[in-house]
Design a protein around this ligand. Structure first.
Ligand code: URP
Ligand code: ZN
Ligand code: ZN
Ligand code: ZN
Length: 482
C-alpha cells in the first residue's frame, strides 16, 4: 500500500524544505507540496514536525560472542530497539575467530541476522592472515557485497590484528575497492598496562581506563592512518574517543588523506569518573573499549564533529547484563567490554547536538545517516530523502520528549548509560521499507522483515585515490648500460 507523509518539513543533509513524501513498494516515489492522494493511501500527518532519513548505525554487535559470553541483544531485539529510536539500518560486524574460515563466519552471522526487523549489512573483521583469507576477502567483496573490512588493533591473544595483518589486509582491500576500518588501540601496550595495574592491586573497574589511556589509542590511530596512507586506501576509525586520535584524523585530512572518524554519544557525554563509582555494578556496566575519557576530551570530540573531522555517530551497541559483567568481579580485564545505545543515539545526538546549537538539523542528518551511507557506499539508497531512495523515514517532533531509562527501553539489557536523561526532540513515527513500524510509542514488526544490504565496491573515494596515486607512482631511473 502507498503511504503519504503529509505537511512536514523534509530535512536532508543539504537542505530543509516543506513537502509531502509519497512512498510506494518501499521506495520514495514523489516529493512535493500538496501531493494529491488516492483513496487507498495511508496518511501520516507530519504537521509541525520534521521528516528525516532513518538513522544508520554503522557500528553494532548483536549477539556477539565475546570475552566468554554473548552480547544480550540479538538481531531481533536489537534492531527492534533501533527502530523505536529511529535507526532503520545497522551495519554489524562479522568477527571470525583466529584461524576460522572467514566465509564460514560470514555465513554464521547471516544465519543469526535472519531475524532482524531493520535492514542490515556487515563489515567483516580480518583477525588473521594467509592466502586463504586474501581469497575469501575477494569472495566477500565480489559476491556478498562486503565493502568494508575491520581490524581490531587491540584484544591481544584473541582477535587482535598485528601490523603484518593490517598491511596485508589494507593492500588487499585497496585492490578490491573496499574501505578499511580500525579499532585503534595498541593491544601490546594494553596487555602490558593491564598486568601493571593488576600488580598495583587494582582489580576493580577503575583499572580499565588506567590500562587503556588515550595515548594507547593515539598511537594506534596514527599507525593505522600512516599504513593506510602508504597502502593508498581510505580508512575509517571506529569509536574515536579522545583528543589524540581526533587530532590524528584532523592532521591526516589536512594533509589530503581520505580518513573518516566515528564517535559515540557516550564518548561525547560521559567521563571516566564512572569507573570510580563505589557501586561495582554501575562502574562495570560502563566498561567498554576505548573507555570513557577524563574530562576535557568530550569537548574536543564535539569540536571535531562540528569541524567535520569526525563524520558519523554510532553506538558500538554491545550489551552485557550484570551477571555477565560479573565474570570480571575479581579482575577488571575479564569484565566483558561493551555498552548499549542503539535506541538512544538519535535522541541523545539531537538533544545535545541540535538543541545546544552545536549542530544544525541538516548536520544532524549528516552525522546520524547520510555520511555513513556515503562512506559505506549505501548512498543514495539510504541516507537521503530523494525519489528512488528506500522509504526509511522518521517523523521527528522537536517538541516531544522522553526520559531514557532501562525500565522503559526496548534494549535487552539491565542498564542504560544515559539513565535518567531527559531528551527533547524524538521520532514519533518510524517508517522502514515504506511501512509504519513505530508510532506514538508502539512498535509493530514481524520477525525477519529486515533485509541484507549488499554494498557496491569502489566508492567515489577509491576512484579518486586510484587516479591520485597513479599520477604519483615512482618510476625506475633509466641509466646508460655500464
Ligand atoms: O567495548 C567494546 N567496544 N566492545 C565491543 C567490541 C569493540 O571493541 O568494538
Ligand atoms: Zn572496538
Ligand atoms: Zn602519512
Ligand atoms: Zn565495536
Amino acid at each position: 500500500m502507498a503511504l503519504l507523509i503529509q505537511g512536514g518539513t523534509v530535512v536532508n543533509e543539504d537542505l530543509s524544505f516543506i513537502a509531502d513524501v509519497l512512498c510506494e513498494d518501499g521506495k520514495i516515489v514523489a516529493i512535493g507540496e500538496n501531493l494529491s492522494t488516492a483513496a487507498d493511501v495511508e496518511i501520516v500527518d507530519a504537521q509541525g514536525c520534521l521528516v528525516m532519513p532513518g538513522g544508520i548505525d554503522p557500528h553494532t554487535h548483536m549477539e556477539l560472542p565475546f570475552m566468554g559470553t554473548v552480547a544480550s541483544d540479538d538481531f531481533y531485539s536489537g534492531t527492534r530497539a533501533g527502530l523505536v529510536g529511529g535507526t532503520t539500518t545497522i551495519i554489524d560486524f562479522v568477527i571470525p575467530n583466529p584461524q576460522q574460515d572467514i566465509l564460514e563466519a560470514y555465513h554464521q552471522w547471516q544465519k543469526k541476522a535472519e531475524k532482524s526487523v531493520a535492514d542490515y549489512s556487515f563489515h567483516v573483521a580480518i583477525t588473521w592472515w594467509d592466502d586463504s583469507v586474501s581469497e575469501a576477502m575477494g569472495v566477500l567483496a565480489q559476491e556478498h557485497g562486503v565493502n568494508s573490512f575491520k581490524h581490531f588493533m587491540a584484544y591481544k591473544n584473541a582477535i587482535m590484528a598485528d601490523d603484518e595483518v593490517l598491511i596485508n589486509s589494507f593492500k588487499r582491500a585497496r585492490e578490491l575497492g573496499a574501505i578499511c576500518t580500525v579499532h585503534a588501540e595498541n593491544g601490546e601496550l594494553v596487555f602490558r598496562l593491564q598486568q601493571d595495574v593488576l600488580e598495583m592491586g587494582i582489580t576493580g573497574p577503575e583499572g580499565h581506563p588506567l590500562s587503556r589511556p588515550p595515548e594507547v589509542e593515539g598511537e594506534a590511530a596514527n599507525r593505522a592512518i600512516e599504513i593506510a596512507h602508504l597502502m593508498n586506501v581510505p580508512i575509517y576509525l571506529v569509536h574515536t574517543s579522545c583528543q589524540q586520535s581526533a587530532d590524528a584524523i584532523a592532521r591526516a585530512r589536512a594533509n589530503g588523506q581520505r580518513v573518516y572518524g566515528e564517535v559515540l554519544p557516550g564518548h561525547l557525554l560521559l567521563d571516566d569518573s564512572v569507573y570510580r563509582d563505589p557501586d561495582w555494578s554501575f562502574a562495570a556496566a560502563h566498561v567498554m573499549s576505548p573507555p570513557f575519557r577524563p574530562a576535557g576530551h568530550q569537548e574536543h570530540l564535539w569540536k571535531a564533529l562540528q569541524a567535520g573531522n569526525l563524520h558519523t555517530t554510532a553506538t558500538d551497541h554491545c550489551c552485557f547484563c550484570d551477571p555477565q559483567k560479573r565474570n570480571g568481579v575479581d579482575d577488571f580485564t575479564k569484565i566483558p567490554n561493551g555498552t548499549g545505545g542503539v535506541e538512544d543515539r538519535m535522541h541523545v545526538m539531537w538533544h545535545h547536538g541540535v538543541n545546544s546549537g552545536r549542530l544544525t538539523e541538516n548536520e544532524f542528518v549528516a552525522v546520524t545517516s547520510t555520511n555513513a551511507a556515503k562512506i559505506f557506499n549505501l548512498y543514495p539508497r539510504k541516507g537521503v530523502i530523494r525519489v528512488g531512495s528506500d522509504a526509511d523515514l522518521l517523523v521527528w517532533d522537536p517538541k516531544a520528549s522522553r526520559t531514557i531509562s532501562k525500565e522503559t527501553h526496548h534494549q535487552n539489557v539491565d542498564f542504560n548509560i544515559f539513565e535518567g536523561m531527559n531528551v527533547q526532540g524524538i521520532n514519533t513515527v518510524t517508517i522502514s521499507q515504506g511501512e509504519v513500524v513505530f508510532r506514538d510509542g508502539e512498535i509493530k514488526v514481524e520477525k525477519g522483515r529486515g533485509r541484507y544490504l549488499k554494498r557496491p565496491l569502489f566508492s567515489a573515494d577509491h576512484l579518486a585515490l586510484q587516479k591520485y596515486s597513479a599520477q604519483r607512482l615512482s618510476k625506475p631511473t633509466i641509466r646508460e648500460p655500464s
